[in-house]
Design a binder for this molecule. Structure first.
Ligand SMILES: Nc1ncnc2c1ncn2[C@@H]1O[C@H](COP(=O)(O)OP(=O)(O)OP(=O)(O)O)[C@@H](O)[C@H]1O
Ligand SMILES: [Mg+2]
Length: 230
């Protein structure tokens, strides 16, 4: 019996904006099992990114509980969450969040260095080559296309071989060839390193390769979607 790597129980998320309080996620309960690939789908604004942020402890639930690797993220402070992510999680943000003052190579090498890798730069170079960016390693984010930045973000998140990878539309800015290469790389992370993957996607191709697809609608989990035929 595999165990839940992520376990969300009755989670709600409300955020206070300048236009007042917005209720974003409602009573979300969801388990993601070890080694599972889960696709999150749903219309724009349905709460996919917000749910991913809860799973990564990047947003704190207003109520409910988020467990990751048997640890309670809702009981951790920011420092504990940052350490937990460093040791266990990779996150690919929808808007990449690359560090603008660092080259592609430095962006990927930094988390490896923080994790104590001695060969951080050599490994970072290999990771960038694996996403087709061998000739872009010394470029800064503003010197790269959206799809190139997205691939740097994925290389950065996957380089430390996290047990959990959360990826927000990892193929969203890519053409078919690059998208396919990234999908292969994501599944390689699962196959070779046993990573658990949670991916927000609008891509039918990526969703069809997930073990399970959960659809959100207006901040709630919709009826389960049957896995598409291979
Ligand atoms: N910081 C915030 N303050 C207030 N409302 C927010 C905030 N962040 C997100 N929202 C609202 O929460 C809802 C869900 O947003 P979210 O980004 O999770 O959607 P999404 O499903 O990822 O959409 P998309 O497919 O467009 O990326 C939206 O209605 C959005 O306007
Ligand atoms: Mg989103």
């Amino acid at each position: 019996m595999t165990e839940a790597v992520l376990s969300i129980a009755n989670a709600n998320l409300s955020l206070d904006g300048n236009a007042g309080r917005v209720d974003i996620l409602h009573d979300i309960s969801l388990d993601v099992m070890a080694g599972e690939t889960l696709g999150l789908v749903g219309p724009s604004g349905s709460g996919k990114s917000s749910l991913l942020m809860l799973m990564g402890g990047l947003e704190q639930a207003t109520s409910g509980q988020i467990m990751a690797l048997k640890q309670d993220l809702t009981a951790m402070n920011e420092d504990q969450l940052a350490l937990f992510r460093r040791d266990n999680m990779g996150v690919v943000f929808q808007s990449f969040h690359l560090i603008p003052t660092m080259t592609a190579l430095e962006n990927v090498a930094t988390p490896l260095e923080l994790a104590g890798a001695k060969d951080a730069f050599a490994r970072a170079e290999a990771e960038l080559a694996a996403v087709g960016l061998a000739d872009r390693i010394n470029h800064y984010p503003n010197q790269m296309s959206g799809g190139e930045q997205q691939r740097v973000a994925l290389a950065r998140a996957s380089a430390p071989r996290p047990r959990i990878l959360l990826a927000d539309e990892p193929t969203g800015n890519l053409d078919e060839t690059n998208g396919q290469a990234i999908i292969d790389l994501l599944f390689d992370l699962r196959d070779r390193h046993g990573a658990t993957l949670v991916m927000v996607t609008h891509s039918g191709e990526l969703a069809s390769r997930c073990d399970r697809v959960v659809r959100l609608r207006d901040g709630r989990i919709d009826a389960p979607v049957a896995k598409a035929a291979e």
